[in-house]
Design a protein around this ligand. Sequence first.
Ligand code: BTN
Length: 241
Amino acid sequence: FYTIVESYQSISSTNDLLKEVASSFPEGTIFLANEQSKGKGRNGRDFLSQADKGLYMSVLLKPQFDIKTSLTITACAAVSVAKAIETLYHKQIQIKWINDITYKQKKLGGILVESGLQANQSQVDYFVVGIGINVYKQDFPEPLNEIASTLEAHIKNVDRFALAVAILNNFATLYASLAQNTWYEPYLRFSSVYHASIKVLANPPYDAYVENIDPYGQLHVIKEDQTREIINSGEISIRLK
Ligand code: BTN
């Protein structure tokens, strides 16, 4: 599945660079960086990407099948990471909807999927799947130190390249299963919000219970007044209660 791997010592953002050149590279192209000066997270946040500390990579997808929402790709990538860490290091990783990879409630990394139109093929969407993991120990600036952690804080002898290979292998399999909508069962197993009480940080925020996560990656919640809501917005954050 993977075609080209380009590895950079230091660049702005693997997602940004891959988006810029998406039309000239095939599906399965991987960009890796040792450091990102403008690592991006979801909702316009920065993703701290210091040299030698993490795994920062992006994969280019040019799906030939209909993908209704990038939520499903995000979820596949999150499951790929959670499974890889579980298999290699036997740790109980969780996914906080939709894209946060957590261990003991602290964030180890996240996924940022971006989509666009290829310059020369106005019909076909491409997706850039950005995966960022805090691998080696680092001092996070406040307030990140309250919410972020690293793999090395819990695991000895972490090897970020072995981790990258495991994640990419898992992702190739899960991506192939996207067309059949079978990806989301493992997602439920790793999800920390499935059948949990959450606070939806919308405007205004509200408390809710997560009844289901559907094959499109959407959250089905029941509010305290017993009304139901389907959440699919990338702009909404949630907090476990
Ligand atoms: C998030 O936690 O909100 C998403 C973080 C995604 C970070 C990765 S690192 C590789 C790729 N390049 C970026 O600029 N961001 C993603």
